[in-house]
Design a protein around this ligand. Structure first.
Ligand code: GLN
Length: 209
């Protein structure tokens, strides 16, 4: 029996139809996203190479440091293929730093970003009082219960283009946005035990297959 046949017979029959969600693993809180995704039944892949990027059905860019990750995306020659796949419809979710990387513009600084969602973000916008804080956030798209939103040196959304849905705001600024296949959160759902934002993204991924 060949390896290929053994692999095929050992996988549950539905395995291939479960979405494969990648988490960009150049820097940042990758493991927490992976654990949350597995908990809601997704297959996951830590993405560090072009081949891994090509394999996934959806991608999360986690929290971290946006200037570092932009530099690493260029160094690993992932920026161009990532932009091409997302423009072709690959679902993308940026959490915190990931939303900064995906945005059209970063306010007040000369910082490159990928231009995948028509928003202007301001880095570290909530200041010291929200350097790290959990806020009960109303997100009507996820139901009546507030979401425990954890902000860590978080960006806010200063401008959202006409095609962008603002799904939640805090202190008068958007903190959860979606434009077609791309979504962004200022906060970190992967650091909570509430899987509703991950389930929301997984639904977008499942519908895109
Ligand atoms: N302050 C970071 C940045 O601007 C983002 C913080 C985070 O992802 N928790 O890149």
């Amino acid at each position: 029996m060949t390896e290929v046949v053994r692999d095929a017979t050992s996988a549950p029959p539905h395995e291939a139809s479960r979405p494969l969600v990648g988490v960009l693993a150049l820097q940042g809180d990758v493991d927490e996203h992976v654990a949350m995704l597995r908990g809601i039944g997704a297959r996951t892949l830590a993405v560090k190479t072009r081949a891994e990027l090509d394999a996934v059905d959806g991608l999360i860019i986690p929290g971290g440091e946006s200037t570092t990750v932009i530099r690493l995306l260029d160094r690993f020659e992932l920026a161009e293929p990532l932009v091409a796949r997302v423009r072709a419809g690959l679902p993308l979710w940026g959490t915190c730093m990931g939303m900064i990387v995906a945005a059209t513009d970063v306010a007040g600084v000369d910082q490159r970003s990928l231009g995948l969602i028509d928003i202007t973000v301001r880095r570290n916008a909530f200041g010291r009082q929200l350097a790290s804080e959990e806020v009960p956030l109303a997100i009507p798209a996820l139901g009546d219960d507030p979401f425990p939103a954890i902000f860590i040196r978080a960006p806010w959304i200063e401008r959202a283009g006409a095609g962008v849905d603002v799904l939640a705001s805090h202190g008068g600024h958007g903190v959860f946005v979606r434009q077609a296949n791309v979504m962004g959160t200022s906060f970190h759902p992967e650091l909570t035990s509430d899987s509703r934002v991950h389930a929301f993204f997984l639904e977008i991924v499942a519908r895109s297959l």
